[in-house]
Design a protein around this ligand. Structure first.
Ligand SMILES: Cc1cc2nc3c(=O)[nH]c(=O)nc-3n(C[C@H](O)[C@H](O)[C@H](O)COP(=O)(O)OP(=O)(O)OC[C@H]3O[C@@H](n4cnc5c(N)ncnc54)[C@H](O)[C@@H]3O)c2cc1C
Length: 462
């Protein structure tokens, strides 16, 4: 039985990046994935990461003819009535996931990580003190036990390690269920008329739909994300296709996938354990993307672990705690606040959404550019006053209902409250239980995206 500094369960984007970073710093890493080499990274085909994030995290770049698919800079957002386009610019690289994940696997292995495909996590191993000290996994019908100072759950939505933690071990064990996911349907289409060929991406936030390039320059990916089920996502797509006139096209294939939409566990670390990536719900609240946002936490985790391993200190909950604190400061607080706002603000009518676009309320080029660049959304007092004036005009002219104003104000107030709770995230495990109770109360007063979707469905048949 070998002993490693870390065992990483799940060798897709998060697990491979983390394995590479630890191994490159000289630590011993076992990286396992239940998929075999032919199937790893095949949950869907194309994914996008900005060039800015590829560079920031030092990710290997895709190569033309292998994993590279396309690149583009132009982004556009349109209202529910397909009007008032708002433009943004960000250099985006589209990649084929399977060959790119294989590239990341090789990159991790070249740095020294031991990689085992076709190895399914079966359970955790505990020492005499009841602390995690390794895993059992199944490979070719054999059960193998491996020991490590830390087990990282990078298994994505199934969260196989986190959900296997004993109750009270220190990290929440919730499964990521249908209420906590976005069901994403991607239509790979081909346009009939060359004048309709696209160069960039366009989103319709109201329907959570978008049109993005695909490797075929005559084609596009028409995507939709919705709560509850893939069937429900198709219904929403139907409303979208009625409201927005799409160019004549043929659907060549449809891909379906799911992405987490829920707050992350309050603590992501415990004795000898860390939850990462989709298994820790680190996706962006504004669009459900999670490749780069997961690496923000992974980067902090590598730094903290490297320091502990070099100092010969145990990877205990207390010693790993700075991962929580530094992640909240780097991204978690902002994402939590955005999640509170986006969830509740979703229940507007198409005409109200159109009004918001017309008057640059939230949907303006400055905010959308900040979102495209992954920056914090900040409103100046002058901007808040302007929004207040426009909304009053909307009510007086009958374009916006008072109910919607109340909902938006509540969403902003909830976002502010969540932000101040996360600003007080404890520096150490002491005080965490009291903080978690406070955070529970704040989240309980916020609506969820699923509730907003139900409200919109009842009111507007959206
Ligand atoms: C349709 C769709 C499109 C998306 N597009 C984008 C995009 O363009 N850009 C972006 O940033 N994000 C995108 N996302 C989100 C993004 O895909 C995820 O956030 C990201 O892939 C999460 O990576 P991960 O490594 O944490 O988990 P995963 O990619 O889910 O990897 C988990 C790995 O764990 C392995 N595993 C699972 N169970 C076990 C087990 N029992 N034992 C061993 N191994 C196990 C799996 O085989 C898998 O390889 C999209 C999501 C969907 C659904």
């Amino acid at each position: 039985m070998s002993a490693y500094d870390a065992i990483i369960v799940g060798a897709a984007t998060t697990g491979s990046w983390f394995a590479h970073a630890l191994a490159a710093r000289g630590h011993s890493v076992l990286l396992i994935d239940r998929a075999d080499e032919e199937h790893i990274g095949t949950k869907y085909d194309i994914y996008h990461v900005s060039k800015r994030d590829l560079d920031r995290f030092g990710l290997p770049l895709p190569v033309k003819g292998e994993d590279w698919a396309f690149e583009f800079d132009e982004g556009e957002n349109r209202s529910a009535l397909d009007r008032y386009p708002k433009r943004s610019r960000e250099h985006i690289v589209g990649m084929h996931m399977h060959p790119h994940v294989l590239r990341l696997n090789r990159w991790a292995a070249e740095a020294g990580a031991e990689l085992v495909y076709g190895a399914s996590f079966r359970g955790l191993e505990f020492d005499e003190a009841g602390k995690i000290c390794g895993v059992r996994y199944e490979k070719d019908g054999q059960t193998v036990t491996a020991r490590a100072g830390l087990v990282a759950d990078c298994s994505g939505i199934p969260s196989v390690v986190r959900t296997a933690l004993p109750e009270g071990y220190g990290v929440e064990t919730f499964p990521i269920g249908p209420e906590n996911m976005f069901y994403v349907n991607l239509r790979y289409v081909r346009f009939h008329d060359p004048k309709d060929y696209i160069r960039g991406q366009c989103s319709w936030a109201y329907y959570k739909t978008w049109r993005a390039p695909q490797p075929d320059p005559a084609g596009a990916i028409l995507g939709v994300g919705a709560n509850f089920s893939h069937e429900y996502a198709d219904e929403v797509y139907g409303h979208f296709a009625k409201a927005v006139k799409l160019p004549a096209h043929t659907v060549e294939r449809i891909e379906r996938g799911v992405t987490p939409y829920r707050r992350p566990p309050y603590s992501m670390v415990a004795d000898g354990f860390i939850a990462m990536g989709d298994a820790a719900c680190l996706t962006k609240p504004t669009c459900g993307e999670g490749v780069a946002s997961s690496l923000v936490q992974a980067e902090v985790a590598v730094d903290v672990m490297d320091g502990l391993l070099r100092a010969g200190k145990p990877l205990s909950r207390a010693n790993l705690w700075p991962v929580n604190k530094r992640y909240v400061e780097a991204q978690g607080r902002e994402f939590a606040s955005q999640m509170a706002i986006v969830s509740e603000a979703a229940a507007t009518s198409p005409a109200e959404n159109d009004f918001l676009f017309e008057h640059d309320i939230v949907f303006n080029e400055k905010t959308l550019q900040a979102m495209a660049e992954g920056k914090e959304l900040k409103l100046s007092p002058g901007e808040i006053a302007r929004i207040g004036g426009c909304m009053a005009l909307g009510v007086v002219t009958g374009k916006v209902r008072l109910k919607t104003i109340r909902r938006l104000l509540k969403a902003l107030a909830d976002g502010g409250r969540i932000s101040s709770v996360y600003a007080d995230y404890p520096d150490s495990p002491e005080g965490f239980d009291a903080w978690a109770r406070r955070a529970d109360r704040a989240w309980a007063s916020c609506g969820s995206m699923a509730e907003a979707a139900r409200a919109a469905e009842e009111e507007f048949g959206k």
